[in-house]
Ligand binder design. Structure first.
Ligand SMILES: Cc1cc2nc3c(=O)[nH]c(=O)nc-3n(C[C@H](O)[C@H](O)[C@H](O)COP(=O)(O)OP(=O)(O)OC[C@H]3O[C@@H](n4cnc5c(N)ncnc54)[C@H](O)[C@@H]3O)c2cc1C
Length: 494
């Protein structure tokens, strides 16, 4: 048993360097926590998986400082259409091309390995984050106030022991940490095998278009999902009894693709069979063991939200971990993570299941009597209710990101902290607070004035994850909100 490095005692050990673990490590790195992040693989998974992310995720990347790097290698998403066998439009989900209320375009196409590379590069900026690749977590034990983790350096088969306050399992669908927690999945009812084929174009095929298309009402529902920089994806529901080996044969795959593209126009980058599942871990927090990302939930990919849900998890979790580690909140505070995130994730998964089922069921016949295509809008669910704060209608929803009068966006100034939007009259009565909270006075920023007026409130308290903690109509209500201890731990200068 050897030493891992300079310390064997961390605030947080993160198991897994997929997008969830990388974003969590970046957020905790920003806040100068003492973090160890490990992955059993030395090289990142370099094949396409996620291709879509939304504007809420862009705000998380903005806070970390990598959104503009990503923007250069992404493209705005036009939207998704469901069509029948004769190409009649059944469902339309267009995505606006203008900058929206979150300060970004509503939806983008990207390449998951690009995002992981950008996040990994950024992580190296933080001396307080130790990165270990080729290391596997093989045992965890809950001690009194600590977790003891056995980590195996795979190349040398050499194990070491480290201690930490918390271990976060960002270790994917087959999560070792989830097993150690003894947590089962709640199965939500979707379980289908699909063939996923990613191709790289050799010739221009812009005629295929940039809308994602779901082909419904046929014996083999299929999806076309154009990506970035010459990458296109098709997915096919596997309905026949062929063996997986036969399905993955190159000739068979090209035959499926022949309706759209031929081998002289493109090369296959990857073909794989995935079982699209809908599962939600029964519990996300157990003592000092925590789940985030695919270890906590799995969704069929029809909304392009699997990774996005995981990044929302860690944006919700990181400031709570900081608060507990800095002694401003007790351990039970972390229950709010599961209470808030689980129902929110469930809403996305349920909608993805509905879309998946529509693919099989929707046809021109099933829509008889209904005029025109169905129009779909993006989801914006509230997080679960964890804090007993007097609630306004807007509490627990994602805040907008107003553009300030100097042209800057709010999140660029606030970063991963709490902030306060105040009406002019409440700002004149407010004498500040002890939490270094960043205050925006509506007198100086017409966009904030308009936002407060639209919500009929005089104050909005926004959390580091950009969800609205609450509002206030007068100074008493405002002081009540600001008396919450956990605000100080995140906002105090380190
Ligand atoms: C075909 C397809 C299309 C998709 N499309 C989209 C999309 O458009 N949009 C979207 O948002 N999502 C999409 N997803 C989902 C997205 O790819 C996943 O949700 C995302 O990769 C999950 O990230 P993660 O970090 O939680 O887990 P993973 O990416 O699985 O990373 C887990 C990491 O943990 C490591 N690990 C595991 N166990 C250990 C251990 N014991 N010790 C050390 N390391 C360990 C693994 O090596 C791995 O690197 C898609 C998925 C698929 C398959």
């Amino acid at each position: 048993m050897s030493n891992l490095s300079k310390t064997d005692n961390y605030d947080v050990v993160i198991v897994g360097m997929g997008p969830t673990g990388l974003v969590l490590a970046n957020l905790l790195g920003l806040e100068k926590l003492n973090v160890l992040v490990i992955d059993k693989f030395i090289t990142p998974y370099d094949l396409p998986r996620a291709v879509h992310l939304d504007d809420e995720i862009m705000r998380i990347l903005q806070v970390i400082g990598v959104a503009s790097d990503m923007e250069k290698i992404m493209r705005p998403n036009l939207g998704m259409r469901f069509v029948d066998a004769d190409n009649n439009l059944l469902l339309d989900w267009p995505r606006p091309q203008e900058i929206g209320k979150n300060g970004w375009k509503p939806s983008y196409k990207f390449h998951q390995p690009d995002l992981e590379r950008v996040l990994y590069k950024n992580l190296k900026k933080f001396p307080n984050v130790e990165i270990r690749k080729g290391y596997e977590a093989t045992e965890v034990k809950n001690e009194d106030e600590k977790v003891e983790v056995t980590i195996l350096k795979l190349e040398e088969n050499d194990a070491c022991l480290v201690k930490c306050d918390f271990i976060v399992g960002c270790d994917g669908a087959r999560s070792f940490i989830r097993k150690k927690m003894g947590v089962e999945y709640e199965e939500m009812g979707f379980f289908e095998d699909w063939l996923v084929v990613d191709i790289i174009l050799k010739k221009d095929r812009s005629d295929l278009g940039l809308f994602s298309i779901q082909f419904c009402g046929t014996s083999q529902p299929a999806t076309y999902s154009p990506g970035t920089r010459g990458r296109l994806r098709w997915e096919f529901a596997l309905k026949d009894q062929k063996s997986h080996e036969d399905i993955l044969k190159t000739d068979y795959v090209w035959n499926l693709l022949s309706r759209w593209i031929t081998p002289d126009e493109a090369k296959i980058e990857r073909k794989a069979i995935y079982t699209f599942k809908s599962s939600l871990a029964e519990h996300w927090v157990k003592d000092r063991l925590i789940l985030a990302g695919d270890s906590a939930h799995l969704t069929p990919p029809f909304m392009g939200q699997g990774m996005c849900i995981g990044l929302r998890d860690v944006s919700n979790l990181a400031w709570k971990l900081i608060s507990v580690i800095r002694g401003q909140s007790d351990l039970s505070f972390l229950k709010s993570y599961e209470i808030e995130r689980r129902p929110h994730a469930k809403e996305y998964i349920s909608t993805a299941i509905k879309l998946g089922k529509m693919l099989g069921e929707l046809s021109s016949n099933s829509k008889k009597g209904k005029e025109g295509p169905i129009h779909m809008k993006s989801l914006a669910p509230k997080i679960g209710n964890a804090f007993s704060i007097k609630e306004e209608e807007f509490a627990r929803s994602l805040s907008l990101q107003p553009k300030l009068s100097n042209g800057q966006y709010v999140d660029d100034i606030v970063g991963y902290k709490f902030c306060l939007f105040l009406s002019e009259d409440l700002a004149s009565q407010f004498s500040g607070n002890n939490s270094n909270i960043i205050v925006f006075n509506s007198k100086d920023h017409p966009t904030i004035k308009e936002y407060l007026e639209n919500l009929s409130t005089k104050a909005l308290l926004i959390r580091p994850d950009k969800y609205i903690l609450g509002g206030a109509k007068n100074l008493t209500e405002l002081n009540e909100l600001l008396s919450l201890e956990f605000i100080n731990s995140v906002n105090n200068k380190i």
